[in-house]
Design a protein around this ligand. Structure first.
Ligand SMILES: [Zn+2]
Length: 399
């Protein structure tokens, strides 16, 4: 929707809206309307003050930021700028550093706190312009309109401006980006924000651009904190952790799918062999099953305890695996002792004779510094001293 900037009201006609304006060939600004108004018509003119004041603030803010960046100690001139719906940007002749942006922001806000005046002046002679101002055409005649920020800047401009920097309230330089051809783009917010239609202060919340930006960033970060149960300053670290754990999970899923695929293939071949013993098909292990073969090689079925530690997989793997090995406990009298985890923290799942487990359960969790339960011939828990696994095995070997 076109921003409502104001209009001309004529009795018996609907409102005629202002469009663009340009500087005429004299000293006058020419406004374009969307309908022809017959000469001599009586009418009333209305300006959308919210929109006008927003323009004045953002435009004056741009003058101030550009003037400071143009100083000899920064030496970055403004090549263009854009007034945005929520935030605006200035394009500079070179990329700037975070430290420079911070210094410029401090200087701008000091000028605002100092209640610096902004005045418009009509210069009669080109010679009265400060050095560094753009050149005027040779045949230029008539006064030159300049906008002065007291002690800071003098610039030719025919736009609308605030008359004191206090109207900007505060300038926040948000962040910078690299532009084309080595240019720098600095985003900023200041002053008040206009609206597309007549403004209702209470419905829309605050119209101060800096406060609006703060409020919206704060609500986004509060939402993120709630979702991740953390403090604001911990958000980046949490996201990093989530990214790396999701990467690890995807890798595990991929490996498991591959394992499952080849296990199923072997099961199909075995079923075929059972149905048709004369079949030439020989159930085989594929290359993807190296991991499984290695695991089987590691697990000894000779002793009283079946021990297996797997670094790559989690409790979702070892708990159901223990469940499915209950026959080893019931028919062979074994203790099934499975664990998983990298370095020192991980999980254990132990299955065995009810009396033995009842007697040793708490000791196992103590040795491994774990929390969990001992119940119905099973020990299950989260542990933080996996380096003591051998000691935990020994608790059953001395039986
Ligand atoms: Zn201006």
């Amino acid at each position: 929707m076109e921003k409502y900037r104001g209009g001309v009201t004529i009795p018996a006609m609907s409102c005629i809206q202002f469009g663009k304006y340009y500087c005429g060939d004299g000293q006058e600004a020419v406004h374009l309307c969307d309908k022809r108004i017959p000469e001599g018509t009586e009418c009333s003119i209305e300006i959308n003050w919210a929109s006008r004041f927003d323009n004045m603030c953002q435009h004056s803010g741009q003058h101030l930021i550009s003037a400071i960046f143009e100083r000899a100690d920064f030496d970055a001139s403004t090549t263009s700028w854009n007034l945005g719906e929520d935030k605006s940007f200035i394009e500079l002749s070179r990329a700037v550093t975070d430290e420079e942006v911070q210094r410029v922001e401090d200087i701008c806000n000091e000028a605002i706190r100092n209640r610096t005046r902004v005045t418009v002046e009509l210069l009669k002679n080109k010679e009265d312009l400060r050095k560094g101002c753009k050149d005027l055409p040779k045949d230029f005649a008539g006064p030159i309109r300049v906008v002065n920020i007291d002690g800071i800047d003098q610039n030719m401009c025919c736009g609308t401006h605030v008359d004191n920097l206090t109207d900007l309230q505060m300038i926040k330089l948000l962040h910078q980006e690299k532009g084309k051809k080595g240019k720098g783009i600095v985003w900023f917010v200041c002053g008040e924000r206009g609206d597309t239609l007549r403004f209702s202060r209470h419905k829309e919340g605050t119209r101060e651009r800096v406060l609006r930006t703060l409020a919206s960033s704060w609500s986004v970060s509060r939402e993120a904190c709630k979702k991740m149960s953390c403090k604001e300053e911990e958000i980046p670290e949490r996201i990093e952790n989530l990214q790396s754990s999701s990467k690890a999970s995807l890798k595990t899923i991929k490996n498991l799918q591959s394992e499952y695929g080849s296990t199923l293939a072997e099961a199909i071949q075995m079923k075929l062999k059972a149905v048709n013993p004369d079949s030439n098909v020989q159930p085989d292990c594929k290359r993807e099953r190296e991991q499984l073969k290695n695991a089987l090689r590691e697990i000894s079925l000779d002793g009283k305890i079946l021990k297996y530690h797997c670094a790559d997989l989690g409790p979702e793997f070892i708990v159901p695996l223990t469940d499915n090995l209950s026959q080893l406990v019931n028919k062979e009298g074994k203790i099934v002792f499975l664990s998983c985890g990298r370095q020192n923290s991980g999980n254990v799942s132990v299955l065995g004779d009810k009396n033995i487990i009842k007697e040793k359960g708490k000791k196992v969790l103590d040795v491994l510094d774990g929390k969990g339960f001992v119940k119905d011939g099973r020990i299950q828990g989260k542990v933080s001293q996996l380096k003591n696994l051998e000691q935990a095995y020994k608790l059953f070997e001395t039986e």
